[in-house]
Design a protein around this ligand. Structure first.
Ligand code: SF4
Ligand code: SF4
Length: 318
């Protein structure tokens, strides 16, 4: 299991994207900053482009016009139209010359270093929407707490500017560093709890859930003081997190923490296509149940388990 915090890079993180006018990432209209890098390796990751910390090369065959400009600039012989994935990831040294030469946007660089000042400048044009809608800035990923010093600096600057701040987190972080660097500047935390069984969590997410559940309890104690909104969320993944047993165990855990609200996140089966563009297609991407949307009736049944335990579902939207 990764040791949360100890390997956190001190350099600025790569940012995958900054999206304005988001309506489903917290209250009001928001800007969302997507960090690149996560300590978990969930097989179904909805944002595979944000999972690994380094810069990556993405290839979208639907956009390729076959001009071969990329082949001419690649000094490693890493590109071939005969290769179904187009890019030989073993040979590629991610010099990114091909992405710069591609006129069609078929080859693209994923991840860009942005200073705190650059992120502040990028979200500034959306300020009018925050102010009129009760919105703000959401920090997402990937996992922002992997870059705790940078995260703290960014949050401090946002709070100083009077912006509502929200963190979306997988919960695997060093509590002491989080409590001093980030927590004082947060208005809300949306906290993902995926699997209650530790063995299943290790198997499907690549790490134990022990630290995640401990950190949730600590955050709930803070939220009870009224200074922080805490919303637990569980992504529903067919055949992995969407069992009655997992949801029952979640309900029991939340009740034990004194929490009476959570959100079940809809499953989106489009992630394998995103992963394929990065050459990161996993075995899970070939599982038929993971290529389908969840039936509404099944989701309603899982919600009913939570309702019977006195836990409301929903929240977190505009
Ligand atoms: S990133 Fe560089 S090495 Fe990799 S395929 Fe493109 S040009 Fe070749
Ligand atoms: S440069 Fe872009 S559009 Fe041209 S062949 Fe390469 S990937 Fe396709």
């Amino acid at each position: 299991m990764p040791d949360p915090g100890s390997d956190a890079p001190e350099r600025p993180p790569l940012i995958v994207d900054i999206k304005g006018n988001a309506l489903d990432d917290g209250p009001g209209i928001r800007a969302v900053v997507f960090f690149k890098g996560c300590p978990l390796r969930c097989a179904w990751c909805h944002n595979p482009e944000a999972q690994r910390p380094g810069v990556e090369l993405s290839f979208d065959p639907a956009r390729c016009v076959g001009c071969e400009s990329c082949l001419e600039v690649c000094g490693r012989g890493a590109l071939s139209r005969a290769d179904p994935g187009f890019v030989d990831r073993e040979r590629c040294d991610r010099c990114l010359a091909c992405a710069a030469a591609c006129p069609a946007g078929a080859l693209e660089t994923v991840g860009e270093t942005r200073s705190v000042e650059q992120v502040l400048a990028a979200v500034a044009p959306y300020r009018v929407f925050f102010d009129t809608s009760g919105g703000g800035v959401t920090l997402s990923g990937g996992e922002p707490t992997l870059f705790m010093d940078y995260l703290g600096e960014l949050l401090r600057a946002l709070k100083a500017a009077g912006v509502h701040t929200l963190l979306q987190t997988c919960g695997l972080f060093d509590w002491k560093r989080f409590a001093s660097a980030a927590l004082p500047y947060l208005d809300a935390v949306y906290y993902d709890i995926k699997l209650m069984d530790d063995d299943a969590h290790r198997s499907h997410c690549g790490a134990s859930n022990r630290v995640i559940l401990d950190n949730f309890r600590r955050l709930q104690a803070v939220a009870e003081g009224g200074v922080l909104e805490l919303l637990p969320r569980t992504p529903l993944v067919p055949g992995i997190t969407d069992s009655d047993g997992n949801v029952r165990a979640l309900a029991e855990f939340l009740r034990g923490c004194g929490v009476h609200r959570c959100r079940l996140l809809d499953y989106n089966p489009l992630w394998p296509d995103k992963a394929a563009k990065l050459g990161a297609a996993s075995e899970a991407a070939r599982r038929p149940e993971l290529r389908r949307w969840l039936e509404r009736g099944h989701v309603a049944r899982l919600e009913a388990i939570l309702h019977r335990a006195g836990i409301e579902t929903g929240g977190g939207e505009r």
